[in-house]
Design a protein around this ligand. Structure first.
Ligand code: NDP
Length: 255
């Protein structure tokens, strides 16, 4: 059966969990061959086996994208295995919250390394292949979807450096869109509100933040990772002449 993404190849970072796992499944269901990138290889292997058993095609690629050489190698391995790259979903992310006053700066560095530098490393390595796919690929268009956040639109007390990374992702995305959209590489940002994933557990070592986050998740009917995967699939299955620059998806319950 031919689906909208048949013949295409997608790379999803952070595919070992949450939004990345759901996005990889969804793109595979739509016919893309999917490279699954993250550090936890056991989880990637399980997901690749599940996608394959369902009739899809997937490749597990272990990489820490904060290391530019590993990010480049992940892209290279994908292209060597599948022969091309049409879609990049920059999803891997880290959210470490807390006041700026008295903060542990190594937490800032870790967040910037994943949310900003990791995204840049992967994008830089993927761009030549995406530009080629836009010229020669089955759809004559290629896609970059950057998973930002409501925290890329709105700043809150205690979110300082997470806000910094996500506002940065939004600015970079729009600049890159202007640079390459006329070469038919669509570049867009997807900004979720609260989604039920492991993201909140990144702060498990901080009891006050853990409690505040747990209260939010108890009192709000949050999104599921599949809701965001649907958004990514929507963005990358538009006709060639239509580009979604920004998609903001919120839980109806989140004001
Ligand atoms: P999860 O914690 O469930 O997933 C994070 C993913 O990032 C994991 O697969 C993890 O894989 C990967 N990752 C982290 N560090 C690295 C690294 N150095 N190299 C490669 N992969 C890495 O959270 P979500 O699914 O929620 O997060 C996905 C994105 O969605 C993030 O960018 C987040 O900021 C954003 N987002 C999430 C929201 C939410 O409420 N959940 C709301 C708004 C935005 P591994 O540890 O195996 O490397």
């Amino acid at each position: 059966m031919t689906s909208k993404l048949t013949g295409t190849v997608a790379l999803v970072t952070g595919a070992s969990s949450g939004i990345g796992t759901a996005t990889a499944r969804q793109l595979a269901e739509q016919g893309a061959s999917v490279a699954l990138v993250a550090r936890r290889k056991d989880r990637l292997d399980d997901l690749a086996a599940e996608i394959t058993a369902a009739g899809g095609t997937a490749l597990a690629v272990e990489a820490d994208i904060t290391d530019s050489a590993q990010a480049a190698a992940a892209v290279q391995q994908t292209v060597e295995h599948f022969g091309r790259l049409d879609i990049l979903v920059n999803n891997a992310g880290l959210m470490l919250l807390g006041p700026v006053v008295g903060a542990d700066p190594t937490e800032w560095e870790r967040m910037i390394a994943v949310n900003v530098q990791g995204l840049l490393h992967t994008t830089h390595a993927a761009l030549p292949h995406l530009l080629k796919a836009a010229e020669e690929g089955p759809r004559r268009v290629a896609d970059i979807v950057n998973i930002s956040s409501i925290a890329g639109r709105e700043a809150w007390n205690g979110y300082g450096v997470y806000n910094l990374t996500k506002f940065g992702v939004n600015g970079f995305t729009e600049s890159l869109r202007k640079e390459i959209t006329q070469r038919h590489v669509r570049v867009g940002v997807l900004e979720p509100g609260g989604v039920a994933t492991e993201l909140a557990s990144h702060n498990d070592h901080k009891p006050d933040i853990r409690e505040a986050t747990a209260t939010f998740y108890e009192q709000t009917e949050v999104l599921q990772p599949e809701d965001i995967a649907d958004g990514v699939a929507y963005m990358v299955t538009r006709p060639r002449h239509a580009s979604i620059g920004e998609l903001w998806i919120m839980p109806t319950d989140q004001a």
